[in-house]
Ligand binder design. Structure first.
Ligand SMILES: [Zn+2]
Length: 86
């Protein structure tokens, strides 16, 4: 599991992305989110988790589609490998 560097194709802000599943993406901003015009225009408060750049979201989806960004799979113990309590 590693963060992969990606930049927004619209505003060029660099982020680190880790994709766990189609529904779970972890985004770590390398710079202030106010540098992204789309986010600063939305006017949401600093620290708001709802903040994101739709163009960046598109960039991530495209990177996944082109296999530039690979999903990291969390290995969960199954069957016989399940830890037992005794
Ligand atoms: Zn952006």
């Amino acid at each position: 599991m590693t963060m992969q560097a990606l930049s927004c194709e619209k505003c060029g802000v660099g982020v680190l992305v880790e994709k766990f599943s189609p529904a779970h993406t972890s985004i770590q901003w390398e710079s202030d989110t106010s540098e992204c015009p789309l986010i600063s225009r939305s006017g949401s408060a600093p620290g708001d988790h709802g903040r994101e750049c739709s163009a960046l979201r598109g960039s991530i989806d495209r990177a996944v589609a082109q296999r530039v960004l690979t999903e990291s799979h969390i290995e969960l113990p199954v069957g016989q490998k399940l830890p037992r309590l005794h």
